[in-house]
Write a protein that binds this ligand. Structure first.
Ligand code: TMP
Length: 214
């Protein structure tokens, strides 16, 4: 059984990279690849969950939600996908997950009054990724990328606070974190992601699915 599950945790949006990543060529190793989209992709393609819609309206500043509440909604939005994730993993499909619980913990704990420990709790026990790739880019450079500044959280000051929380999360050696230098060319970033992915997919074949932060 193949249990490869990867999470891309990045504090910035690089659409062309994500697009390329979905065609990274995992098939050349004989594995199927499938993108389990986060709520945003879902919103684009199939806006099927009520929770996804609540989150979307909040991020687009069309509604306000209390901070603990939105944190728990993000987590609930992951948990509601767990049966589907497990089914796909059991079918031998590698899942590529955008952001996942790591963004949940990093973004909320960057808000005043939230501890990282509290923020991680609702996601304890989610399917554990075999690899988490963190695309490292300075907030200043991130701000130059397309569409930055339109949504909630897209200010340089907040992104710096988020980055610090990611640094804390990366100290956890129970998770296989790999930092990718996202200031490289798209091609080089792609090569790096591709190489980590192929290596992990092959290593994960014989491993059981773990539980995150447990
Ligand atoms: P996105 O850029 O991947 O679409 O994510 C949307 C925003 O939501 C982004 O600013 C990060 C934030 N976020 C959280 O605050 N908590 C979460 O659990 C996730 C997945 C994202």
């Amino acid at each position: 059984m193949q249990v490869g599950l990867m999470a891309l945790s990045e504090p910035l949006v690089i659409p062309e990279l994500l697009q390329r990543w979905t065609v990274v060529g995992i098939d050349s190793q004989g594995h199927q690849e499938e993108v389990l989209a986060g709520w945003r992709e879902k919103e684009k393609n199939d806006r099927s969950t009520t929770i996804g819609q609540l989150i979307s309206a909040y991020l687009e500043k069309k509604s306000d939600l209390e901070d603990h509440t939105v944190h728990l909604l993000f987590s609930a939005n992951r948990w509601e996908r767990v049966p589907l994730m497990k089914k796909k993993l059991e079918e031998g499909i590698t899942l590529v997950v955008d952001r996942y619980a790591f963004s949940g913990a990093a973004f909320t704990s960057a808000k005043p009054g939230f501890s990282l420990d509290w923020c991680m709790k609702p996601d304890v026990g989610l399917p554990k990724p075999d690899l988490v790739m963190f695309l490292q880019l300075s907030p200043a450079e991130a701000a130059l990328r397309g569409q930055f500044g339109e949504e909630r959280y897209e200010t340089s000051a907040f992104q710096r606070a988020v980055q610090q929380q990611f640094e804390e999360l990366r100290k956890d050696s129970t998770v296989n974190w790999q930092v990718i230098d996202a200031s490289q060319s798209v091609d080089d970033v792609h090569k790096s992601i591709s190489s980590h992915s192929l290596h992990t997919v092959s290593a994960a074949q014989s491993l059981p699915l773990g539980e995150l932060w447990k």
